[in-house]
Design a protein around this ligand. Structure first.
Ligand SMILES: Cc1cc2nc3c(=O)[nH]c(=O)nc-3n(C[C@H](O)[C@H](O)[C@H](O)COP(=O)(O)O)c2cc1C
Ligand SMILES: [Mn+2]
Length: 458
């Protein structure tokens, strides 16, 4: 059985020697983020003394693939990818509880003040303000009853108002559009600090978990046991019962406010400010001594959350038409998003090019991939040294490189800066993408053996 809540996972991080406790006073205004960046990719950080707040802040919990794999009780690499695919296909119904620790403190209506009651950080000096960056947004389709989980950055505009940046293609956006078309608001709950499997589930993209699949049930599948849920105070939405903090609210129809700039995923500012949907907050409930979870934008936490879920989406998609695709890696060096290594069992010379073309495309997981390398089964796609070795020893650029211009891209600053406004649509811009075949050529057959890597003692 996996970890049931955030604190049991925190306990493991500390026992494993991965936790730094910051005891001196730190401010949510840039200081917390500076510490987080210093330990990014190495240690989780617990801020025990946050100036002006009683809640401690925890960050950097998903510093490595190993940490995510451990949260699910599997090995890192393709075993983790397979676990995600399996969970997405086998949802486990939730169990409704009458009460929960997160109901220990209830702040309702006029008493709510997001600015003083929660230690929301400002991460970068050019950000529009203080943001909730780790929150999982729960929403429900009124017709099907299916519940959706997603991440989105949330600017705390004032004590009771949040502006949330939701991309055009998100299920959450689709649910909001459906509510708006009925002239209604969309009720939401923002969960801060939840068990690691549920946190990861919220990053699963649209094609991996379609809109008619209940994401709280997929979270249960990832946990390996049903997720206990509890009702909200101001709506009949259900939220994970083991959460630390829940913010309840509604996205009123037709309402937009300015949001941004924001130091984002690819570590450049996403700006200028744009009109984005609003959440009007109606209640906050939390545990007695809750832990506030933060996620530094552009950190390993942020990249790996999105990356391992996109790897699962891509592997599942490729294997549908090409069962000889074995594994997919979106390496950390390119934000777990822009570069992709596909490992295949090469049975025919055309397999590599099919894998390249299959990986690129306008879907959520493919849209931001701008370079694909295909490797053989003897190369570990999760090891950048091995991948570079394969590129160096198995590639002839005139023969093995293909370049495809004018493809959809969302996040790459170089594509954003160079696409004229008239060619942008729904946040998409244009990018040139490349594919590289770094597999051993099967022809001439007598030369295949000459590419093999020799091991000491062979
Ligand atoms: C830490 C983190 C922050 C994210 N921030 C945003 C965001 O601000 N806006 C957005 O549209 N997507 C954001 N995403 C991506 C979506 O949350 C993610 O693709 C999710 O699967 C969408 O789910 P949905 O399509 O079911 O709504 C973020 C992902 C992570 C891991
Ligand atoms: Mn979804």
């Amino acid at each position: 059985m996996a970890f049931t809540d955030l604190r049991s996972y925190l306990g493991w991080l500390e026992a494993d020697g991965q936790l730094v406790r910051v005891r001196e006073p730190v401010s949510v205004n840039l200081e917390v983020a500076r510490h987080e960046e210093r330990h990014d990719g190495r240690k989780a950080v617990l801020f025990e003394n946050v100036t002006g707040h009683r809640m401690p802040i925890l960050a950097n919990i998903f510093n490595s693939r190993r940490n995510i794999a451990h949260a699910l009780g599997v090995a890192p690499g393709v075993a983790l990818t397979r676990r995600l695919i399996e969970a997405a296909r086998n949802p486990v119904p939730t169990v409704l509880q009458q009460d929960a620790a997160l109901k220990a403190v209830k702040i309702l209506g006029a008493d709510v003040d997001l600015t003083t009651q929660l230690p929301n950080p400002m991460h970068f000096a050019g950000d529009a303000g203080f943001y909730i960056s780790s929150g999982v947004i729960v929403a429900r389709d009124k017709k099907t009853g299916k519940r959706n989980l997603s991440f989105a950055r949330m600017l705390v505009k004032d004590g009771k108002t949040i502006v949330v940046m939701i991309n055009f293609y998100r299920h959450l956006m689709e649910l909001y559009r459906r509510a708006e078309s009925r002239g209604e608001g969309l009720e939401v709950a923002i969960v801060i600090g939840v068990d690691p499997a549920t946190w990861l589930e919220a990053a699963m993209p649209d094609r991996l978990v379609p809109i008619d699949v209940d994401e709280l049930e997929v979270a249960g599948a990832l946990r390996g046991e049903p997720l206990p849920v509890v009702r909200c105070e101001t709506s009949d939405l259900e939220v994970p019962a083991t959460a630390e903090i829940v913010i309840e609210g509604v996205m009123p129809p037709g309402l937009r406010e300015l949001e941004g700039p924001y130091g984002d995923y690819s570590r450049v500012y996403d700006g200028p400010p744009r009109q984005n949907p609003v959440i009007q907050v109606r209640a906050i409930t939390h545990r007695k001594q809750p832990i506030y979870l933060d996620c530094l934008p552009g950190s390993r936490d942020n990249w790996l959350l999105g990356g391992v879920c996109r790897e699962a989406d891509l592997l599942q998609h490729l294997q549908k038409s090409m069962p000889n695709v074995k594994a997919v890696c979106l390496p950390e060096g390119a934000c777990c998003r822009f570069h992709c290594v596909v490992q295949i069992h090469k049975a025919h010379e055309y397999d590599s090019m099919h894998a390249i073309v299959g990986t690129l495309g306008p879907t959520e997981a493919s849209r931001d991939v701008k370079w694909v390398v295909v490797v053989d089964e003897d190369i570990d796609p999760f090891d950048p040294m091995q991948v570079e070795w394969a590129i160096a020893t198995r590639t002839q650029w005139d023969r093995d490189l293909i370049m495809i211009p004018r493809m959809a891209m969302a996040l790459d600053p170089s594509a954003l800066a160079r696409t004229p406004p008239a060619l942008r649509k729904n946040g998409d811009v244009l990018s040139t993408k490349v594919g590289l075949d770094a597999t051993i050529p099967l022809d001439p057959p007598e030369k295949v053996a000459s590419y093999r890597r020799v091991s000491a003692g062979d």
